[in-house]
Design a protein around this ligand. Sequence first.
Ligand SMILES: NC(=O)c1ccc[n+]([C@@H]2O[C@H](COP(=O)([O-])OP(=O)(O)OC[C@H]3O[C@@H](n4cnc5c(N)ncnc54)[C@H](O)[C@@H]3O)[C@@H](O)[C@H]2O)c1
Length: 247
Amino acid sequence: MLKQNFGMRGDDVVVVTGAASGIGRATAMLAGSFGLGVSAWDLDRAGVDEVVAEIVASGGRGMAVTVDVTDDDVVAAAFDATRETLGVPRYLVNNAGPPSTADLEFRQALQMAAGSMQMVTEKWLALELPAGAAVVNVASVAGNLVGAAPDWYGSSKAAIAGYTRFLAVTHGKRLRANVVAPGAVDTPRMAPYLARKVGQAWGARNPMGRIAEPEEIASVICFLLSPAAAHVNGVLLPIDGGATLTL
Ligand SMILES: NC(=O)c1ccc[n+]([C@@H]2O[C@H](COP(=O)([O-])OP(=O)(O)OC[C@H]3O[C@@H](n4cnc5c(N)ncnc54)[C@H](O)[C@@H]3O)[C@@H](O)[C@H]2O)c1
């Protein structure tokens, strides 16, 4: 666990979507350990309850919210609840998205994966954001640095990167917007691959000899949100151990 908090303030609030598992869970836990109030959003209520219980047990602040990030009304209500309970979120982490294994039709999938991040962000932008506001969107090396199946997955991740650049340029006086592009990360959705030879080969091919742990994505997300990255705006940051250099 990192000891520093990158200059984040104890009265700051962050919304993390998809906070019950994997990268979102690790991000919520790290932000909680930094002293931020964490609004942990997920479809999986038991999962976010557990995350928030752990944050609170460690002396932090948090709230669990049952949210489908594709549902406008639910997202609006979740921002209201966050504001009333913890305060206006200075930070937003758009992490939730369907797994690449989901059997989705292209247009529907883009709406779910990229459209939801745009909608959540628009509702956040409608708040009176405190100075130093920042958003980090979670894309992927897929669609940004490599072409990978299925068609909709990389396309949605490229759209997320494009939307982030739009935010960085158009809203730069109010906030910073950056996008992370993880390679393979050892999260629950990857377990079926990692149990097979094809998944183990990813680790072996990586210059670092392994894939990433979710905490290694979370720390970069928190850095990009924080005042330590005060002049970093609009970057796509690969977090892949150098894997895409070897392709
Ligand atoms: N794991 C990887 O190798 C990897 C690589 C690159 C990018 N990513 C991206 O990172 C993000 C998180 O992936 P992960 O591997 O941590 O996944 P995960 O499956 O471990 O966790 C995803 C969480 O998001 C929640 N979620 C999914 N759809 C939701 C919705 N509509 N509303 C609210 N919550 C929802 C799930 O319930 C789950 O708790 C995704 O956007 C994914 O595309 C993952």
